[in-house]
Every structure is written in C-alpha cells, then in structure tokens.
Design a protein around this ligand. Structure first.
Ligand code: DGL
Length: 283
C-alpha cells in the first residue's frame, strides 16, 4: 500500500465522532476512512485521565494495525488528555507508524475560537474530563498571540445521554441547557466552543438560547486542518468516499444514531475486539 492509498483512521469513544467524520468526508471526499468507535466502553468523559489514556492507546493500536497514514482523534476527551500518549505510542512502534500524523480536535477548535472571538470572551463546554484537563484554555492561551482572553468553561455531562436518547429539543433538554449555559451567558461570551462530539447535534437549540454567540464546531475546524496535512502528503485520492466502520459493541440504537451524527445512512459496522493480545504479534 502506498501512502496515497493508505486510509485515514478516525476514532472516538463511541459513535459521536461521526460528527467529525461527516466534516472529514466533506473536505476529503476521495479518501478511504477507517472509523473506530469504542461503543463497548463509552462514555470516556466521566473516567479518570489514566483510564482514558489506556483506552486511547488500545484504539490507536487498532488503527496502526490497519496501517493508517493519519490518525484523527475525534474524541475531545481523548484529545484533551491522551494525544501525547498516542504520539509516544506510535513512535515506539517504529517503521511507518512513527511518521503517522496524529491530529486531535482541541488545537484546531482553539485556533478557530481565538480568531472568531471579537471580545476575547470565550466559553467552552465539554465532558467532565475535558473541562478538568483545562486543555482548551491552555491551547487558546498558547496561540492567543497577545490577544487578551477571558475563558469560561463548563462541564455539561448530561448533554451526551440526552443526544443519544434523541432528545435534542425537548422541554427537559431546554431546561438543562439553560441551567448549564446561564453562567456563560452571564459572562457575556461572544464565542462558544462545542468541545464534545455530541454537541453539534444541539446546534439549533444552542443558537436559539445564545443568539449572539458564535458556535465553534471542532469537527469542522479539525477537518480543514487534517485536509491540509493530507494535501501536503500529496494524496491522489480514490475518487469515491469509502468508510469502513468498526465498533466494539453493536448497540440497538447504532443505526439511528449513526445516521443522525453522520448525516447519511451507514453500512452495518463490524464488531471488533481491542484486546492487546490480538494485535501484539501482527503490528
Ligand atoms: N466523544 C466524547 C467527547 O467528545 C463524548 C462521549 C464520551 O464521554 O465518551 O468528549
């Protein structure tokens, strides 16, 4: 397999990362994508950083086994706490693996938020683990280029199960969203980073509750940056989008949620195990 035909690997704690894959396929329609959703162990967002790192390395091992030329870490929680773990792991594999580009969603969304915000008053919402890591605020301050920033973060753990329940605009979701967003609205933010794979599905409701706030979708920003890297690698393309879906558990709601997150019907996924014993000898 030449680097032109090697696939792009994308992984997430579950199928929320399909909201990122949706943008990747839009900007790179000719690429072959391998998507891994760790649906047997989702959610990652309430777990310790140590556990997320262990899980992330197992996902990376699976994608490395498929000889991907790039790894897109669609999960905000993994991007926030385990990007360096994945990069380090790939260097230990040697061969072509230590030249595999790894891109997370935090830096692209942080860059977009800093350039979008006029007042410098930026909100960030995400899982508990993402918010506890402070990864977005650290990234925004690093790239602020002297721009004064006032960053206000809030964990919104109930949004993930609400979206997975299909409750994107019920009275209950609206009340919970109002409660979560109140402190951010009080801080007069002009930009809000949707720092979790599931939150773009709530865009209509969030726009309604915060009409003057620009929403930053990390999937859209990450896809643009990923496409630049792939361009630099001179992809020839396959002239058709090709997606292979792998999950660690096929849940009853898979088809319905996958269609909602990806914006189109999906083929049946293949169920896989991430058991290290499975891959140790084959890398
Ligand atoms: N994919 C996760 C994220 O973007 C949300 C779901 C989870 O908690 O695993 O942070």
């Amino acid at each position: 397999m030449t680097s032109h035909t090697r696939p792009i690997g994308v992984f997430d704690s579950g199928i929320g990362g399909l909201t990122v894959l949706k943008h990747l396929t839009k900007v790179m329609p000719d690429e072959h994508f391998i998507y891994l959703g760790d649906t047997a162990r989702v959610p990652y967002g309430n777990r310790s950083a140590d556990t997320v790192r262990t899980y992330a390395q197992e996902c990376a091992r699976f994608l490395a086994h498929h000889n991907v030329k790039m790894m897109v870490v669609a999960c905000n929680t993994v991007s926030a706490v385990a990007l360096d773990t994945i990069e380090h792991y790939l260097t230990t594999l040697g061969g072509t693996h230590n030249r595999t580009s790894v891109i997370g969603v935090i830096d692209p969304a942080a860059r977009a938020a800093v350039s979008t915000s006029v007042s410098g008053r930026i909100g960030v919402i995400g899982t508990r683990a993402t918010i506890a890591s402070d990864a977005y605020a650290i990234a925004m301050r690093r790239i602020s280029n002297g721009k004064e920033l006032s960053i206000h973060s809030r964990a919104c753990p109930l949004f993930v199960p609400l979206v997975e329940e299909g409750w994107t605009d019920t009275r209950a979701t609206r009340l919970i969203a109002e409660e979560y967003l109140r402190p951010l609205i009080a801080q007069e933010i002009d930009t809000l980073v949707l720092g979790c794979t599931h939150y773009p599905v709530l865009t209509p409701l969030l726009n309604e509750l915060m009409p003057n706030v620009a929403l930053v979708d990390c999937g859209a920003c990450t896809a643009v940056e990923a496409a630049h890297i792939v361009d630099a690698q001179q992809s020839e393309g396959l002239h058709r989008t090709n997606i292979d879906l792998y999950v660690t558990d096929i849940t009853p709601a898979f088809g319905m949620l996958a269609r909602q997150f990806l914006g189109m019907p999906v083929d049946d996924p293949v169920r896989v195990t991430l058991d290290p014993a499975h891959f140790e000898t084959s890398l």
